[in-house]
Design a protein. Structure first.
Length: 539
């Protein structure tokens, strides 16, 4: 555990990629494979299930430190991070023991994940009395499910590629999918010639946000435009006798979407597709996607029972083919890959499979394409994807030397004027400042919450809002301060949908602060009826 804690500290202490890569390389060259297997799994981005709730964490910390709960809360607000706060306040262990990372996980963290509240607290206290003080912070990050080190996966790929003597793209593929925490996993990852896992997905190709005028991309004739849907990105894999389905987060979705897994089984062996899973409604015009909320019901389920959902309401929109006949064809031009994909999708759809080919939006000029993009919401789309016809399928968000790549040309967001009604402190660099805000809209004589947002303000604006919150607090609820409804902000969001979980009856997708509106009063803010009108206009 000491090596892992040192690695965490070294990577947290620098913004230089070269220094982080050097630290990762040192760790994986020196650490025993039983430990580095767990480190590999964690640093590759696989989630460590939260072992204890924040309530158990703070209650146990109060018992071990002898401090009242209110004082722990005040300390956390000052530090800005629960894990760091408790690590600083706990007393030094009387008899610290040096345990390997594997034993820390298997002796403390995994048992806590399976334990009830009281037993989890007992194991947590035992861990605190065992681990040296300088190992507590990464331990807390692991048990709270918040372990993150900036850009860790990309840097991990580069560090391990150096050790194995392979190209980063090869290493990125090796680290895709689920990684078992075993010495064999480490040996396979670091071997110059490792055998491929048939279930392993390819690293997903990601798009840049297009902020410049589209004309900056050159001749529109060389760009393939597709509608940008709000669904779940997924690769379908068919190799040998097996079939698998992975999300962009490289998590298996076999149980949530059995009809799409059945589609994967219908693919020819040696085939991998990339596409989007959507809730779908057939219409006379050929069909359209349903709101993301209709799809979201599936995502939290581990087992979808037959008959629980209408399987006709799920569709897989295929937009790329990455492997064909067992051959990796990602380096080929997109135009070549689409020429293979089209007939395959047509054949599957003719056999009743829930698959559709991503529609190509054709235009003779960027001006004409912009006009088509303006109507994206009428199709329940967020805008357009732009992909150069000669582009390869890269790992991650890459713009190659020729300027080829993928771009997101999204619509400008919906915008409303909303009133600040509550705020709570931020974390990390924003500790001690009120930076997480709740906004509301007018509903008759009251204001109802409509969105939470924390991004979009400058440092100076954050300080102004913080001062306002402190001067105009009307009530408190834990770390949240309710404030007088006076400050108005323009809030942007991509979608609005009905929701029984929110007081307003509506939920917005991807809210963010566009600007402060000192020129407006709360009486001039958007009304709930006006937000409902947006919903009706874009159903």
């Amino acid at each position: 555990m000491r090596r892992f804690a040192r690695l965490y500290a070294e990577m947290d202490a620098t913004n230089r990629s070269t220094e982080k890569i050097d630290a990762l390389e040192r760790y994986f060259r020196e650490a025993p494979q039983e430990d580095s297997a767990w480190a590999l799994r964690i640093l590759a981005g696989e989630k460590v299930k939260r072992a204890v709730s924040s309530t158990v964490l703070f209650e146990t910390a109060a018992k071990e430190t002898g401090l009242p709960g209110w004082l722990l809360d005040e300390c956390r607000d000052a530090v800005g991070d629960s894990s760091e706060t408790i690590a600083l306040l706990l007393p030094e262990p009387a008899a610290p023991a040096e345990l390997p990372l594997r034993e820390v996980l298997e002796r403390f963290i995994l048992p806590m994940q399976r334990s009830q509240r009281d037993e989890a607290g007992r194991i947590l206290a035992e861990a605190w009395r065992t681990l040296p003080a300088d190992q507590r912070l990464p331990f807390h990050k692991l048990i709270s499910g918040t372990f993150r080190v900036g850009a860790q996966r990309l840097l991990l790929v580069r560090a391990l590629a150096r050790i194995a003597g392979v190209e980063p793209a090869v290493m990125s593929h090796r680290l895709s999918g689920s990684l078992a925490p075993t010495a064999e996993t480490v040996r396979n990852a670091l071997s110059p010639e490792a055998a491929d896992d048939p279930a392993r997905p390819y690293p997903f190709c990601l798009a840049h946000q297009l902020d410049d005028p589209p004309e900056s991309l050159g001749d529109v004739a060389h760009w393939l435009a597709e509608w940008k849907w709000d669904g779940v990105r997924a690769q379908l894999i068919r190799r040998g006798d097996g079939a698998w389905m992975y999300s962009r987060g490289e998590e298996s979705m076999d149980l949530q979407f059995p009809e799409v897994l059945a589609l994967a089984r219908a693919l020819p062996p040696g085939t991998v597709l990339d596409g989007e899973v959507l809730a779908w409604q057939e219409t006379a015009a050929g069909g359209r996607p349903l709101p993301f909320a209709d799809l979201q019901r599936r995502l939290g389920r581990k087992d979808v029972q037959a008959g629980l959902f209408d399987t006709r309401s799920i569709a897989y929109i295929a937009f790329d083919i990455l492997e064909w006949g067992g051959v990796d064809i990602r380096p080929r031009a997109l135009a070549e890959r689409r020429a293979l994909l089209g007939p395959l999708v047509a054949s599957l759809a003719a056999r009743g499979q829930p698959i559709r080919l991503s529609e190509v939006v054709r235009a003779a000029s960027w001006e004409e394409l912009a006009t088509l993009r303006a109507g994206a919401r009428d199709r329940s789309a967020e805008g357009l994807m732009l992909k150069h016809e000669a582009s390869a399928y890269h790992a991650g968000r890459v713009r190659d030397a020729a300027g080829l790549g993928w771009w997101k040309w999204k619509l400008d967001p919906f915008a409303i004027d909303a009133v600040l009604i509550a705020a709570q402190p931020g974390s990390g660099k924003r500790a001690g400042l009120f930076t997480d805000y709740t906004f509301g809209v007018r509903d008759g004589d009251r204001i109802v919450p409509i969105a939470k947002a924390y991004s979009g303000l400058t440092d100076e604006e954050i300080r102004r809002v913080d001062a306002f919150v402190r001067r105009n607090t009307t009530d408190r609820a834990g770390p949240v301060r309710l404030v007088a409804p006076e400050m108005v902000f323009e809030i942007g969001f991509q979608q609005v949908q009905e929701s029984t979980r929110h007081k307003s009856g509506l939920a917005v997708r991807f809210p963010r602060i566009l600007r402060m509106r000192p020129d407006k009063t709360a009486e001039q803010a958007t009304t709930l009826d006006e937000v409902r009108a947006l919903l009706r206009a874009h159903r």
